[in-house]
Design a binder for this molecule. Structure first.
Ligand code: PRP
Ligand code: ZN
Length: 295
């Protein structure tokens, strides 16, 4: 492997890939790759991109085939609990996208009144380690049947009584006559890295990338909010603005009773927020996206 170019593993297609590509793009990075290619090169920084199946990413990073990776917490945690690597990949930061849940689901007819109902039952899953850990926490002993895919058909085929599978919209469960009964694990995208120290060249690239990713994440929900308001209402408005530092308050030309209030809000600004600001006396409210932000 190149000693200089940092290698990042991302999912080729699936739940994480769109968000992963979007994150790199927002970091100002463009990837050149041909159709179907499993390999890409970043133009702006010495970074190579490897496109893989999500399940392979933790092992690729642990084995030093890649330096870093973007992977679902569900896949990362499953790999960590299975203890297949002496020096497993390490979590660097949570990325806040591709949220989903690993849930226990049973045929719709079941009236579920607690985990003990699963005693002695067969549960099909692609996440045996996470499922077993949950069963142990609940004090239940059940048979875990590992399947690589199509877990949702297991009850219909009488391979299992229930399943433990990833749910995001719930459409897959629904289409297969299943309903979620318990939450096992909550997941989002993670940035992970190899446990060994990087060469100084790679470390430099890694830090540059990390700075950009942090900038993207902190500016993701952030908005620049501007409005006019009666001077007397300014303190209440400043108090109400979601996740804002002290706002800038400027006198409006030709009207000493009115001020313009400008603030960076670090949390989501909803329609409800605007309604409330209006009630507090604000008018001409503008909410602008922030493209980049650095702490
Ligand atoms: C999961 C799960 C379902 C689907 C559920 O697969 O096994 O197929 O997502 O999503 P829904 O609730 O929106 O219908 P995943 O995308 O993780 O694919 P993989 O197992 O092939 O990685
Ligand atoms: Zn997968």
């Amino acid at each position: 492997m190149s000693e200089k170019r940092l290698r990042i593993a991302i999912q080729k297609s699936g739940r994480l890939s769109e968000g992963s590509f979007e994150l790199l793009k927002k970091c100002g990075l463009t990837i050149s790759r041909g159709k179907d290619k499993l390999f890409g090169r970043v133009r702006e920084l010495p970074i190579d991109v490897l496109l893989l199946r999500d399940d392979d990413i933790p092992a690729f990073v642990a084995d030093d085939a890649c330096d870093i990776g973007i992977v679902g917490e569900n896949v990362f945690e499953e790999e960590r609990l299975s203890e297949t690597h002496e020096a497993p990949a390490k979590e660097v930061m949570r990325l806040g996208f591709a949220r989903c849940q690993l849930k226990l689901a049973a045929p719709k007819g079941w009236t579920f009144d607690g985990a003990l109902m699963l005693e002695g039952k067969r549960i099909a899953t692609s996440y045996p380690a996470l499922t077993k850990a949950w069963l142990a926490r609940e004090g239940v002993s059940a048979h875990v049947v590992t399947m690589k895919g199509s877990v949702e058909v297991a009850p219909r085929l009488k391979i299992a009584d229930a399943v433990c599978d990833i749910v995001s919209t719930g459409a897959t469960l629904d289409a297969n006559g299943l309903a979620p009964v318990a939450m096992v694990f909550e997941s989002e995208a993670l940035l992970i890295r190899n446990a060994n120290a990087f060469t100084s060249e790679k470390q430099e690239v890694f830090e540059a990338l990390l700075t950009r990713i942090k900038g993207v994440i902190t500016s993701r929900d952030a908005k620049y909010v501007m409005m006019n308001a009666p001077r007397a209402a300014a303190p209440a408005i400043a108090e109400y603005l979601p996740g804002a530092d002290a706002p800038t308050i400027l006198e409006l030309a030709g009207d000493s009773d009115k001020v313009a209030i400008h603030a960076v809000c670090r949390e989501s600004v909803f329609w409800d927020t605007l309604e409330e600001l209006k009630k507090l006396g604000a008018s001409a409210i503008l909410v602008l996206p922030i493209e980049k932000m650095m702490a």
